[in-house]
Design a protein around this ligand. Structure first.
Ligand SMILES: Cc1cc2nc3c(=O)[nH]c(=O)nc-3n(C[C@H](O)[C@H](O)[C@H](O)COP(=O)(O)O)c2cc1C
Length: 229
């Protein structure tokens, strides 16, 4: 909250107002941050990925789109919440296969273009981007060579209910450029430099720091909690 108070000062609000604000804050806080403002319905979480979903259409032309609504949903499964009318979705239905590349900082402009242009009106949308593709050795889908990390997927199912249209893929293989790998052979997120999508304000970000280890950062608290039993 100190930041907020400083912000007010910077905008020239009087010291008295700052005091009133601080008084109000202290009066309302009961150990947590309960100064939340209602924002109404916001269809956003942060971070969101920037996924490049690609498939061949019935003419063998590469169709590709930008998708932020996607997530791992099983040990070998990825779910994409993509509109059934997109040229890429129609191509996936046709061939039963697709690839999902993770877009990185270096390729942001083209990644965004894939989210603006549509193959429905511009069938050679991919060719016009100037990027290159080769057929996956594992599935009947194109790998866009410029992106450093790609999942090669077979279509597992398309689920349509009143609330969702989900394209679920079985991940058959993942291929990555050497440059984004750690010494242990795994993907290094700091080398990947993946784009992160912010749906609150339509921004692209990158992560620049590892701040902890998962299943580890809470270990001391877990130990203490167990001891309270
Ligand atoms: C940052 C960003 C994220 C997007 N995420 C999704 C998404 O998750 N699902 C979706 O259906 N469309 C999404 N879109 C919109 C499609 O990428 C866009 O409609 C595109 O033109 C579809 O291409 P296509 O018709 O050639 O397949 C996104 C667009 C942008 C710019």
């Amino acid at each position: 909250m100190i930041i907020a108070v400083q912000g007010y000062a910077a905008e020239g609000v009087s010291a008295l107002l700052q005091f009133v604000y601080l008084y109000h804050y202290i009066g309302n806080s009961k150990g947590g941050t309960n100064m939340k403002k209602n924002l109404g319905k916001q269809p956003a979480v942060f971070p969101m990925p920037v996924l490049m979903v690609a498939s061949y259409d019935e003419n063998g032309t590469v169709q590709v789109m930008n998708a932020a609504w996607g997530m791992i949903c099983g040990m070998d499964k990825i779910a994409l919440f993509i509109d059934e009318d997109h040229a890429t979705t129609k191509a996936i239905r046709k061939t039963g296969a697709f690839t999902v590349s993770i877009a990185d900082r270096e390729h942001m402009d083209v990644a965004d273009y894939y989210g603006i242009a549509t193959g429905n009106r511009m069938p050679d949308k991919f060719a016009r981007s100037g990027y290159h593709a080769e057929k996956s050795a594992h599935v009947n889908a194109p790998i866009i060579t410029e992106f450093p990390l790609v999942m090669e997927c077979e279509l597992a199912e398309i689920t349509e209910t009143a609330n969702l249209h989900a394209v679920v893929g079985t991940i058959v293989n993942v291929s990555a450029e050497e440059t984004i790998l750690s010494d242990n052979g795994k993907v290094d997120p700091l080398k990947l430099n993946a784009l992160i999508f912010d749906q609150f304000q339509s921004g692209y970000y990158v992560a620049s720091e590892k701040v902890g280890k998962a299943w580890n950062a809470g270990k001391d608290l877990m130990k203490a909690a167990n001891e309270k039993e």
